[in-house]
Design a protein around this ligand. Structure first.
Ligand code: F6P
Length: 558
C-alpha cells in the first residue's frame, strides 16, 4: 500500500465540536435536557403524528424522543455542515470512501437493478453483480431440485455455512428472520466459532452424504473459518475415504480464488464478490448463498428489492424526512449530548432473535473508532454499544433497568401489524406489550399517581417510574424478505450517517488485528511441553503456563 495518504484526507480539519450546529446543539441541549416527554406531548396534541416518517413500507414514530422541532432542525444542520449529502453521493458513486483501505464502498450495488450503472475504478459493476446472482440462482435451483447430488448420489438436505463475523452473522440472522419462507425439508446450520463444540454440535446428527458445506470468507485467510473448513473436509473424508467427495460437498464464497483453490475447492464451485463489499455489509452478496437456498431465489431477490428501496430513499430524500438520517441523528443526540452509552434494539418478533447480534457488528465494527479520517483523535464519543433481545422476553429480564435504573438507554422497538403465525390472541398480546412499553418508558408513573392508588408512603419511591426514556417505534405490515431488506438497509444507512458526522472511516476494522496477531504467536507457544521462554507480561505468561500445565494433566491449581 502507498505510504502517501489519500488526497481526500485533509489533515487537521476542524473538530466536529467547533461546528456552529454543534455549538448551537450544546446550548439547545442545556435548555431542554430536563424537559419531560409528558410536557413535550402536552405542548403539542399532534406530536405523535408529527414526529413520524415513512418509507419503503416502514413507519417510524420518533415522537417519544426528547426533542423539539428545533432539535431536529439543528441536527439536520449538523448533518449538512458535516457534508453528509456529499458523503452519501460519494458512497453511491463508488468513490474510495474507505480511505484507510483505499476502497470503494458499494454494498448498494449488490441490490441495484440489472439495468443500473454503478462505476468502481472505471468499470460498471452491476453486470458482474447480476452474473453472480444468476449463478447463485442456477446453483440454488439445481440443489433444491435434486440436480446437484452428493458423492454417493444422494440429494443434499443439509446446508452448513462455515464463516465468522460478516460471513456468518448476516446469513444466520437472515435464515432465522425468514425461516417462515424457508425450505422446511432441509436443515440449515451455521458454524462460526473456533470452539470445536460449534462444529461437533452442528454435524452430530446429519449425514455427510446429504451435506453441503458453504465456506464463506471474504479473505479466505480467517483462522476460525479455515480451522472449521479443514475439520469439515476431514469429517467428509472420514465418511468417504475419497478426496473426490470434496467437489460435491463443498462450495466457497470468497474474493480470494488462489486461497480457495489451495484449500482444495475447485474455483468452478466458488462464488465471488469484491473488495468493495465490507464483510458486515455482505449478506446480500454471494455470502447470502445459504439464504438464497433456504428461501429460494425469488424471495432472495425480493429481499434485495427491499434493500434497494431503502437505498433510494436514503439517497434522495431530504434529511428531515429521511428515516436512516433521522435515526442516525437521534443516535448522535443521545450519544454525544445526553451521554448515553448504549442503544437497545428490541424486536417484537421471535424471528428477529439474531437481529441485535447482527446489528452489533454492523454498528460497533463500523463506528467503534477513535481516529478521525485525518488521523487526529476524536474529542467526542463514537459508536454506542448495541444490544437487545426480542420482546416480550426482555421485559422479564433487563427492562427493569431501562425503566427504573440510573442510566438513560434509548431503545428501538420493532413490530409487525400481521403475524406469520396466528395463534389465539398472541399477536395482539405481543403488540399490546410493545405499545405499553414505549408508553410506560415515555410517561412513567408519578409518585402522586402511585400514592393515589393507596400505596403506603414508604413503598412509593420503589413503585414510581420516572419515565422520560426515549424510544423509536418501527412498524411494518408483515415480516417478509422485502421488509427484512428495508430494515437492514435502514440500520446500515443510520450507521453510515453517524460515521459521517463523527468524521471516521466506518468501513475499516483495524481494531481486530492486534488480538489476531497475538493469538497466532500464543498458539505456537502452546505446543506440547509449552515454551519455557514466554515473553509476554507476567499475567499472560502465567495464564499460558497454567493452561498448558492443566491441559497436559497437571490440574488447574498447578
Ligand atoms: O475479524 C473481523 C473480520 O475481518 C470481519 O470484519 C469480517 O466480517 C470477519 O472478520 C470475517 O472475515 P472473512 O470473511 O474474511 O473470513
Amino acid at each position: 500500500m502507498s505510504v502517501e495518504p489519500p488526497v481526500s484526507i485533509q489533515p487537521g480539519t476542524p473538530s466536529l465540536t467547533e461546528f456552529p450546529a454543534w455549538k448551537a446543539l450544546s446550548s439547545h441541549f442545556k435548555a431542554i435536557r430536563d424537559k419531560h416527554l409528558r410536557e413535550f406531548f402536552a405542548d403539542d396534541a399532534r406530536r405523535g403524528e408529527r414526529f413520524t416518517a415513512e418509507a419503503a413500507g416502514l413507519y417510524l414514530d420518533y415522537s417519544k424522543n426528547r426533542i423539539t422541532a428545533e432539535t431536529l432542525r439543528l441536527l439536520v444542520q449538523l448533518a449538512e455542515e458535516c457534508g453528509l449529502q456529499k458523503r452519501i453521493a460519494a458512497m453511491f458513486e463508488g468513490k474510495p470512501i474507505n480511505s484507510t483501505e483505499r476502497r470503494a464502498v458499494l454494498h448498494t450495488a449488490l441490490r441495484a437493478p440489472r439495468d443500473a450503472q454503478i462505476m468502481a475504478d472505471g468499470i460498471n459493476v452491476v453486470p458482474e453483480v447480476h452474473a453472480v446472482l444468476d449463478r447463485m440462482t442456477t446453483f440454488a435451483n439445481e440443489l433444491c431440485s435434486g440436480g446437484w447430488r452428493g458423492h454417493t448420489g444422494k440429494r443434499i438436505r443439509n446446508i452448513v455455512n462455515i464463516g465468522i463475523g460478516g460471513s456468518d452473522l448476516g446469513p444466520v440472522m437472515a435464515y432465522e428472520a425468514l425461516r417462515a419462507y424457508s425450505q422446511r425439508d432441509m436443515v440449515f446450520r451455521f458454524v462460526s466459532n473456533v470452539d470445536g463444540t460449534d462444529f461437533r454440535e452442528a454435524t452430530r446428527d446429519i449425514s455427510p452424504e446429504e451435506t453441503l458445506f458453504i465456506v464463506c470468507s471474504k479473505t479466505f485467510t480467517t483462522t476460525e473459518t479455515l480451522a472449521n473448513a479443514h475439520a469439515a473436509r476431514q469429517w467428509m473424508l472420514d465418511a468417504f475415504d475419497d478426496a473426490r467427495a470434496v467437489s460435491k460437498h463443498f462450495v466457497a464464497v470468497s474474493t480470494n480464488t488462489v486461497e480457495v483453490s489451495d484449500f482444495g475447492i475447485d474455483p468452478a464451485n466458488m462464488f465471488g464478490f469484491w473488495d468493495w463489499v465490507g464483510g458486515r455489509y455482505s449478506m446480500d452478496s454471494a455470502i447470502g448463498l445459504s439464504t438464497m437456498i433456504a428461501i429460494g431465489p425469488q424471495n432472495f431477490r425480493s429481499m434485495l428489492a427491499g434493500f434497494h428501496a431503502m437505498d433510494e430513499h436514503f439517497r434522495t430524500t431530504p434529511f428531515d424526512r429521511n428515516l436512516p438520517v433521522i435515526m442516525g441523528l437521534l443516535a448522535i443526540w443521545y450519544n454525544n449530548f445526553f451521554g448515553s452509552e448504549t442503544l437497545a434494539v428490541l424486536p417484537y418478533d421471535q424471528y428477529l432473535k439474531r437481529f441485535p447480534a447482527y446489528l452489533q457488528q454492523l454498528a460497533m465494527e463500523s463506528n467503534g473508532k477513535q481516529a478521525r479520517l485525518d488521523g487526529f483523535p476524536v474529542n467526542y464519543q463514537t459508536s454506542q454499544i448495541v444490544w437487545g433481545e426480542p420482546g416480550t422476553n426482555g421485559q422479564h429480564s433487563f427492562y427493569q433497568l431501562i425503566h427504573q435504573g440510573t442510566r438513560l438507554i434509548p431503545c428501538d422497538f420493532i413490530g409487525f401489524c400481521q403475524t406469520l403465525n396466528p395463534l389465539g390472541n398472541h399477536h395482539d398480546l405481543l403488540m399490546a406489550n410493545l405499545f405499553a412499553q414505549t408508553e410506560a418508558l415515555a410517561f412513567g408513573k408519578t409518585s402522586e399517581e402511585v400514592k393515589s392508588e393507596g400505596t403506603p408512603d414508604w413503598l412509593c419511591p420503589h413503585r414510581t417510574f420516572p419515565g422520560n426514556r426515549p424510544t423509536n417505534t418501527i412498524l411494518a405490515e408483515r415480516l417478509t424478505p422485502y421488509t427484512l431488506g428495508t430494515l437492514v438497509a435502514l440500520y446500515e444507512h443510520a450507521v453510515f450517517t453517524q460515521g459521517a458526522i463523527w468524521n471516521i472511516d466506518s468501513f475499516d476494522q483495524w481494531g481486530v488485528e492486534l488480538g489476531k496477531e497475538l493469538a497466532k504467536r500464543i498458539v505456537k507457544e502452546m505446543a506440547p511441553m509449552g515454551d519455557p521462554n514466554l515473553k509476554h507480561d507476567s499475567s499472560t505468561n502465567a495464564l499460558i503456563r497454567r493452561y498448558v500445565g492443566c491441559r497436559d494433566g497437571g490440574g488447574i491449581t498447578g
